[in-house]
Ligand binder design. Structure first.
Ligand SMILES: *Cc1c(COP(=O)(O)O)cnc(C)c1O
Length: 429
């Protein structure tokens, strides 16, 4: 059974002020985890984690992470603006996007972000976007900027369950295209380069990530030899998994780091290359285990199956409905209960896949019981939506001192109606 950072009494106290459902994040656990990651990679001078903003796009969470030197991995206009708001600009932003609009390239350029191209045609598109019909940036300007390309190894790298086979993934350059693009950039005046790949999602095997690092270190060496360019950094992407299921084990970060360090020594140091900074852009493993969706049982229904209907629904956490993902469920106050039943735990959305758990053994539930859905701290609230006119819940921060702070208010009906205009309905025909 998962140990929660709050008990039933604390939830009662919190929910007098913020009714369920709400998301709550454990600040101390987020900080401890950030410290641990940073320490594990301290062997690499200049190591940096760029927190994938899409996982938990909340400025309070992002701000906490900046205290450990974490940058922001952004892929849209709003994510760039969020990064700017928390003080992450310049090379604290990794702009890894795809099918990118012109105005986002321009904003990323204005913020001084590290721009990570997804396709060979995007180099010219980037320059046009910056110029906006005027002068393209000159060689001198380009020489100051860190430019990166995203590699897609295609059939050279095996698949991963969520992200799938690289060959079938829409992201990144082929090897030949990489060479061509770096050569073009060099000719245009770029002198500062990075290399990136993101080929994992929710991966629990450290060897898979170590192999990605090996692949990129090798490739950086080959491109260095071929084009005579030095790489300032190699970005191994995100995708480190978390133990959603009770029988899974979290990735051993220290083991991962040692494995990458060994590969670095063999493939970078002993090759006589200049030092390369190791970058990563994880989201899930940074906040995932430290966020909880807290809800209450609204109805118990007994038909062909036993249903526990919650006041939360898939609009608050879509992963189970979207990928059949497993999330542990804890019923505070009944952790030790020997009385159990088998439930489908549902929300109120008019879609039969609106289920947080299917045929799950849980303590016998009653109306009003708190139900806590674990590992909702990344790709949880962020994936929320308003289908069926469901409103997104509040986000709360359980501070290190035990206080609770609202870091995003719950949506209201007015928010839902904000984009509608009812005035035209009154016009006489
Ligand atoms: C989603 C994404 C990440 C973060 O992935 P996690 O699984 O949350 O670690 C990092 N980089 C890119 C390009 C992504 O699309």
């Amino acid at each position: 059974m998962r140990k929660l950072p709050f008990d039933k009494a604390k939830l009662k106290e919190i929910s007098t002020k913020w009714p369920t459902p709400f998301h709550i994040y454990d600040e101390k656990a987020i900080r401890d985890n950030a410290k641990r990651l940073k320490k594990a990679f301290s062997w690499n001078h200049g190591w940096r984690e760029f927190f994938a903003v899409k996982a938990t796009p909340n400025p309070y969470i992002m701000k906490i992470l900046t205290e450990y030197g974490f940058g922001s991995d952004c892929s849209s206009m709003a994510e760039l603006l969020l990064a700017e708001k928390v003080g992450n600009v310049g090379d604290k932003i990794m702009f890894t996007s795809n099918d990118t609009p012109s105005e986002e390239f321009r904003k990323a350029w204005e913020l001084g972000a590290i721009i990570n191209l997804d396709d060979i045609t995007h180099w010219d598109f980037l320059l046009e976007s910056i110029a906006q019909g005027g002068e393209k940036p000159c060689a001198e300007e380009l020489s100051k900027r860190l430019m990166c390309c995203r590699y897609n190894p295609g059939p050279l790298k095996g698949g991963n369950a969520i992200i799938g086979k690289p060959e079938e993934a829409k992201y990144g350059f082929t090897r030949e295209q990489l060479i061509e693009c770096y050569a073009k950039m060099k000719e245009a005046g770029v002198t500062r380069f990075g290399l990136h790949a993101m080929v994992a999602s929710n991966e629990l095997d450290p060897e898979y990530i170590i192999d990605t690092a090996k692949m990129l270190f090798t490739l950086a060496g080959e491109i260095h030899d071929e084009l005579g360019i030095d790489f300032e950094f190699v970005n191994i992407g995100g995708g480190i998994g978390i133990a959603y299921k009770p029988d899974q084990k979290a990735m051993d970060i220290e083991y991962l780091s040692k494995g990458i360090e060994k590969a670095y020594k063999e493939l970078i140091s002993s090759r006589g290359m200049k030092p390369v900074k190791l970058y990563m852009e994880c989201g899930r493993c940074i906040t995932g285990p430290y966020g909880y969706l807290v809800s209450k049982v609204r109805h118990i229904k007994n038909t062909y199956r036993l249903y526990a209907g919650l006041d939360a629904c898939m609009a608050n956490l879509m992963r189970p409905a979207l990928y059949g993902a497993y999330h542990e469920i804890v019923v505070p106050g009944k952790e030790e209960s020997s009385q159990t039943s088998i439930y489908d735990v549902t929300g109120s959305l008019c879609e039969n896949n609106d289920k947080f758990a299917i045929q799950r053994v849980l303590p016998v539930l009653e109306r009003g019981d708190y139900v806590v859905i674990c590992d909702a701290g990344a790709h949880g609230h962020a994936m929320g939506f308003q289908y069926n006119a469901k409103l997104r819940s509040a986000e709360l921060l359980l501070e290190a001192n035990g206080n609770v702070k609202e870091i995003r208010r719950a949506e209201t009906i007015d928010d839902y109606f904000a984009t509608l205009d009812f005035s035209g309905l009154d016009e006489k025909k």
